[in-house]
Design a protein around this ligand. Sequence first.
Ligand code: FES
Length: 141
Amino acid sequence: MGLKRIKFHILVCKNDSCVERGGKEVAKALKRALDDAGLRKQVLLSKVRCLKQCGRGPVVVVYPDGVWYGGVSARDVAEIVERHLMRGAPVARKVLHLMRERTEEEPSRPKRCSSAREKTAETSAEGRRSLADLYERGVGR
Ligand code: FES
């Protein structure tokens, strides 16, 4: 996998508590949703050991945005891919934590996945508003 192609790195917890809550199904659904969206080459998906949020799993983390999702179900995955990865608008109701503040100079998201390029112009403003809104509302703190 060429590093230059990677736009997102997604961590999915595969430890016991998250698996008991459907973590395996979430990982499978994520692979399927990325395939369906044509994003597999632009997203590095890593199954990881405990992310220390065991009671709030299944836990999924999306970088470079630093958005931590909790209580993710297989049904939520398509929405995370479509809204967050393709439009830059995190799914607020599932956000556990936002790792960093976005600065004024920083664009809404570094780059969209190329298969979503046609949507980028019209949706980047939405994504920017959405992420800024989450920070403003203190979601995930
Ligand atoms: S088991 Fe998933 S966060 Fe600990």
